[in-house]
Design a protein around this ligand. Structure first.
Ligand code: A3D
Length: 320
């Protein structure tokens, strides 16, 4: 049987890491597409040359031609620009919206059956625009943010409790921005919810509040340290987790930016919610009950995303 085909649109920091991970995990053959001549070709060759040592057989190709992504099973989109210190994700809207137009049309014309994962920021608005430009079914287009934000939350919690990251579960919902909603009530250590751990005296509410804030600022913390770009290892790992769930029909429950039409009381919009990812794409949105405070935070986050979507419509008439 032919190996699955994974198209990576954007061969920058995240794109290159995605290609490396996809090859190491033997998820399929990889096509790296980028407008920057030589970059995808160079990265594809470099990674392919690690094959003999790593023992993988995946084929890697770099290209500037959308025809090469034909028939892709998965497309992961990182094309665009990342932020620099002092910039918010929202500052990238105008430039990355134009990129989503060309990428969406490229996918529509060459890989219309693919499961598409968008990573380009500002995430929730870009995944919406990418879906509009590509015309693919909503359940086949989603955005990666919640897996990363939750992984950051889980990492910080594991440091606080001094336990294995494997035993920490965590949930971050809402838009991928300063208003994201880390849900303390639905996060656990070995199945014990965080509020119970506060009652047991293992940590304090103040410490949890600080971890929530560090999670919200997690992207900016890395931008501040790197100074030349944004995070790429953990973002790539997170998207690979989603791609693998689709390709292997694992039906993982993963938070991601998904099309909500009715769920969470929303009327047709993309925002970060818990989903099941399987062979049909986003197979289910897990419509959990939020309490009053969580709902208020979620509503604020939803409003921020709606504002960005309106801004997109203002920039590109075809989206209005
Ligand atoms: P970078 O290393 O700059 O790579 C972006 C690549 O896109 C470059 O190689 C460009 O040449 C290429 N590109 C630009 N325009 C086009 C186009 N029209 N068609 C094809 N390729 C193009 O950035 P990166 O990989 O670090 O980040 C990529 C995106 O991911 C940025 O928008 C980041 O803000 C975003 N990001 C999102 C998260 C989330 O959690 C959602 C995390 C980290 C980064």
């Amino acid at each position: 049987m032919a190996r699955p085909k994974i198209a990576l649109i954007g061969a920058g920091q995240i794109g290159g890491t995605l290609a490396h991970l996809a090859a190491l995990k033997e998820l399929g053959d990889v096509v790296l597409f980028d407008i920057s001549e030589g970059t995808p070709e160079g990265k594809a060759l470099d990674i392919a040359e690690s094959g003999p040592s790593e023992g993988f057989d995946a084929k890697l190709k770099g290209t500037q031609d959308y025809a090469d992504i034909a028939g892709a099973d998965v497309c992961i989109v990182t094309a665009g620009v990342p932020r620099k210190p002092g910039m918010s994700r929202d500052d990238l809207l105008g430039i990355n919206l134009k990129v989503m137009k060309s990428v969406g049309e490229g996918i529509r014309d060459n890989a219309p059956d693919a499961f598409v994962i968008c990573i380009t920021n500002p995430l929730d608005a870009m995944v919406w625009a990418l879906r509009e430009f590509s015309g693919l079914p909503h359940q086949k287009v989603c955005g990666m943010a919640g897996v990363l934000d939750s992984a950051r939350f889980r990492h910080f919690l594991s440091l606080e409790f001094d336990v294995s990251m494997k035993d920490v579960t965590g949930f971050v919902l809402g838009g991928h921005g300063d208003t994201m909603v880390p849900l303390i009530r639905y996060s656990t250590v070995g199945g014990i919810p965080l509020p119970d751990l506060v009652k047991m005296g293992w940590t304090s509410q103040d410490k949890l509040d600080a971890i929530v804030q560090r999670t919200r600022d997690g992207g900016a913390e890395i931008v501040g340290l790197l100074k030349t770009g944004s995070a790429f290892y953990a973002p790539a790992t997170s998207a690979i987790e989603m791609a693998e769930s689709y390709l292997k029909d694992q039906k993982r429950l993963l938070p991601c930016a998904a099309w909500c039409d009715g769920q969470f009381g929303l009327k047709g919009m993309y925002v970060g919610v818990p989903t099941i990812i399987g062979e049909n794409g986003i197979e289910r949105i897990v419509d959990i009950q939020l309490n009053k405070d969580e709902q208020a935070m979620f509503d604020k986050s939803v409003d921020a995303v709606k504002g960005l979507v309106e801004a997109c419509k203002g920039i590109d008439d075809s989206l209005a």
